[in-house]
Design a protein around this ligand. Sequence first.
Ligand code: ADP
Ligand code: MG
Length: 304
Amino acid sequence: MNDAHQSPDPKGMTVSAAPDEAKSSARAVDSLPELVRFHKVTKSFGEGPLARVAFQDVSFLIEDLPNEGELIAIVGPSGCGKSTLLRIIAGLRPHFPPTSGEVKVFGAPITYPGADRGMVDQKYSLMPHLTVRDNIAFGLMLRGMRLKERCDRAGEWAKKVGLEGCEDKYPSELSGGMQQRVSIAATLILQPKILLMDEPFGALDPKIRMQMQELLVQLWKEQQSTVFIVTHSVEEAIYLGDRVLRMAAKPGRLVEILQLPRPDISPEMMRRKPWFTEISQELLLRLETDAPASGELPGSDKWR
Ligand code: ADP
Ligand code: MG
């Protein structure tokens, strides 16, 4: 097998492996059910000489950690296939199905998008003619939930994401950060087991972005879902990620999986820790140079 998966680490805190080296997982006890498995997955768009490889030979395994969930950050240069990877998990065409290899979610092959997987992207995907409440409740309406119940639930979610009092507003009346909160609430209200986020905070200014990161961590702990988040920000990946999947381009591929500590302080405080800066710089360097998998991040002993 060829799964890129954490190597056992004596200190229980690290590290990755290049896809070829990985054999078993630090936290993976054999009995843990599989959540998402990629096995030698390649995706090309088009055929013949015009075929364009989005990524090739990607293998990894994310286990279902009971009552816990995990936050998986995906980083890599533009065009290395991050969005394609996420959309394959979501079962969205034309990215899905992959050209070759095997993708399983909850131990079974993916056949179509499902309520067990929710997607949030940078464009917020809100319906402009619906209020905040109706946008948040939209998925519940499709599921046939009664008006009163879905409005109550949407109200609860508006509160959770800090939009109390804005329930009757329309998306055009909201800032980018607020729109993204609506989008997150509209997805999480459906309680997906897997939350897929494609650069969700990319369009937000740094302060709002940090607030959203904190909110995400809080909601994720409450929901105990597993989150895949594609981000351009190394700091965001390190703050949010339990694991970071580092990809490289030309051809798109998975290079390594790094294991990181869980945030127990705000992003602002975490950024002030010297080890955080050290690790951020190292990850940035690895990204810029497309460095081969090189194991533990220097400085990772400091957070222990
Ligand atoms: P990233 O999100 O890392 O920037 P993408 O997954 O969007 O990368 O794209 C990876 C490669 O696949 C790129 O070369 C891109 O042009 C190509 N690609 C992505 N989506 C499509 C599509 N729908 N049709 C054709 N090519 C695509
Ligand atoms: Mg993308």
